[in-house]
Write a protein that binds this ligand. Structure first.
Ligand code: GGG
Length: 363
């Protein structure tokens, strides 16, 4: 172990299969950290879960922010157990609080087709699907602005507003342009719906044009969300970096991984790029109550999220990038050779797939 600084990371398994994939993620992330001389200490936290809610009537203790804000990152499993806590209560009571209070305004979600995972699309090769979804992560359609009137009567009306600030929009667009500029293809797709959502989306497009003036090398393509979704399926090779509002980005970042065979592969990084607050790394998938308890959840999204975390924590120093690449290579090897969890067409357990990746990392 080198004498580098120690990174302190909250490990929050959360609910459902979050509790099953977390041990595999921790084991592989810690192995890679040790191999590349990154000193990571995990601080295990039992709250931000529906189990905690059952005991305390809330998802987190009142001092949650004080407990987390001086840590370097949060490694998060999944949230949601609708049998006991309504989904909007568990989500707004935990994950969305983290994203907002820690200003994690970029949700970076890589989408990649791997060798040996056929996926549902005909004639696709690895390389045909390899893009990044940048989801705006603190505003947009995810707001609590609105209200219910005449509740329970024939006159019932519900209103929910979307909120886009210039500050919030410009910064995520700029992040996406920067990212696109650094990639070989230098392509940015801006998801919009400016023909139908006739106030906020034309404005979103105009901000994309304004920010784009600083990035003349980036080839920009605005696409309405409906045809963009169709092209994720029909022409995925068109995409390089895709930037979208909160809800559109959420949907696209499930659809994209579905075209690569399973959302069980999809990682994400909820980033506070300014590093004033901890960033959060989690699989795109949720708690999957339908398969929880069987030990068959795919751990790859959790493991890959750990790789993104090591890369972000040590950005600019090289060893995090090396650890990230070693984990991704171990995932590639495991996917090419087996074992496979049921979502990948096999019958392996979460632990068997996790251990295969860990073994490869040690080889
Ligand atoms: N690991 C991700 C997770 O637990 N997601 C639950 C969920 O419902 N997320 C909605 C969102 O990301 O907006």
């Amino acid at each position: 172990m080198s004498q580098n600084r120690r990174y302190r990371v909250a490990a929050i398994a959360g609910d459902g299969i979050g509790k099953e994939v977390m041990p595999q993620g921790l084991a592989v992330t810690q192995l890679a950290a040790q191999r590349f001389g990154i000193d990571v200490e995990f601080v295990h936290i039992g709250w931000a879960s529906c189990d905690y809610y059952a005991e305390h009537g809330k998802m987190m203790p009142d001092d949650w922010k004080a407990q987390l804000q001086d840590l370097d990152a949060i490694y998060f499993g999944a949230v949601g157990w609708p049998a006991t806590v309504p989904d909007h209560v568990s989500l707004w009571g935990s994950l969305l609080k983290f994203r907002r209070e820690f200003d994690q305004y970029v949700n970076l979600r890589p989408v990649r087709l791997f060798e040996g995972v056929p996926g549902p699309l005909a004639n696709r090769q690895p390389g045909d699907i390899d893009y990044l979804v940048v989801r705006e992560n603190t505003e947009g359609e995810y707001t609590s602005v609105g209200g219910l009137m005449f509740e329970g009567t024939e006159r019932e009306i519900v209103i929910q507003e979307s909120v886009y600030s210039r500050h919030g929009t410009d910064r995520v667009l700029r992040y996406a342009y920067e990212l696109a500029q650094k990639r070989p293809r230098q392509k940015l797709t801006v998801a919009t719906k400016s023909n139908g959502i006739a106030i906020s989306m034309p404005w979103w497009d105009s901000r994309a044009d304004a920010i784009g003036k600083d990035y003349p090398q980036v080839q920009v393509d605005k696409q309405h969300i409906d045809i963009l979704s169709a092209r994720f399926v029909l022409q995925p090779q068109r995409f390089d970096v895709v930037v979208a509002s909160n809800l559109f980005g959420d949907i696209l970042s499930d659809l994209g991984p579905a075209t690569t065979g399973t959302i069980g592969l999809a990682p994400s990084a909820n980033l506070n790029p300014d590093r004033r607050f901890p960033s959060l790394f989690e699989p795109v998938h949720g708690s999957a109550p339908d398969i929880y308890g069987q030990g068959i959840a795919n751990p790859i999204a959790m493991i890959w999220s750990g790789a993104l975390m090591l890369d972000f924590l040590t950005e600019g120093q090289g060893q995090g990038r090396a650890a990230h690449d070693a984990i991704v290579q171990a995932i590639e090897h495991a996917l090419a050779q087996g074992p496979r969890t049921p979502d990948l067409g096999g019958s392996a357990s979460t632990a068997e797939l996790g251990q295969a990746i860990a073994q490869r990392l040690q080889a």
